[in-house]
Ligand binder design. Structure first.
Ligand code: PEP
Length: 249
């Protein structure tokens, strides 16, 4: 059975008080059938983990560095995160690719390092608007996956969650239609199946991300290959985020 997951990426938002009050609001809910994750900004990872110690909501990281430690000013290592109980990280978010020059080569290093360190990853990928307009979205996604996660051994796949995030839909208010999400998720599953077989491709959770809101979540999550969502803007509002989680039935 594939896991249903909704993860909130808070990006560089929320100070300490806002982080605490958003977590306290979320804790009032009981999300029974869905795995819920939140990725606060790194200074607040530990307090978030403490506040959620006895809660099923998992605190995850937004990013990791691909080295174990050393002179990498401003970076956060897998060991640091593990030492505060954080075992899952996003990798490959389009903002990391666009603003921090993280290309497939670096992302493969990060993916391998995180998995070798015993962490789970939510690997993000997706095409830009120009790719979709020129009908290259399947080719782009295929190459993003072939250059990274499809290079891993089959054992690694138990640590992987995928998140299809068309760049043109992130933070723009424009969402992929449920049909566009479904056809890409189905395509991604077929790529995994070709490399690793049906058991792994059937088990892998593939999330959709890109302007998911309470008003469109039910329709998107109802598609058979969409196992949940990676939510940016709407995850900053406790009510909206909770409604999105509840939509993932
Ligand atoms: C994201 O940044 O991963 C994202 C999906 O953002 P938003 O929901 O705001 O489009």
């Amino acid at each position: 059975m594939r896991k249903k997951i909704v993860a909130g990426n808070w990006k560089m938002n929320n100070d300490l008080n806002q982080t605490i009050s958003l977590i306290e609001e979320l804790k009032k809910n009981h999300f029974n059938e869905v795995s819920v994750m939140i990725a606060p900004s790194s200074p607040f990872s530990k307090i978030a983990a403490d506040l959620l110690e006895n809660s099923p909501i998992e605190v995850i990281a937004q990013n990791i560095h691909q080295k174990s430690n050393g002179a990498y000013t401003g970076e956060v290592s897998c060991d640091m995160l593990k030492s505060i109980g954080i075992l899952t990280t996003l990798i490959g978010h389009s903002e990391r690719r666009a603003y921090f020059n993280e290309d497939d080569f670096v992302l493969l290093e990060k993916v391998k390092f995180a998995i070798d360190s015993g962490m789970n990853i939510i690997f993000c990928f997706g095409e830009q608007l120009k790719d979709r307009k020129s009908n290259k979205h399947f080719d782009i996604v295929k190459s993003q996956l072939e250059n990274t996660v499809l290079k891993l051994n089959s054992e690694s796949w138990k640590n992987i969650i995928l998140a299809y995030e068309p760049v043109w839909a992130i933070g723009t208010g424009e969402t992929a239609s449920p049909e566009q999400a479904q056809e890409m998720h189905e395509f991604v599953r077929s790529c995994i199946s070709k490399s690793y077989g049906d058991i792994i491709s059937d088990e892998i959770s593939i999330l959709y991300g890109g302007s998911v809101k309470p008003s469109n979540a039910i329709e998107i999550f109802s598609k058979k290959d969409v196992d949940g969502g990676l939510i940016g803007g709407a995850s900053l509002n406790a009510f909206d985020f909770s409604e999105i989680i509840k939509a993932n039935k």
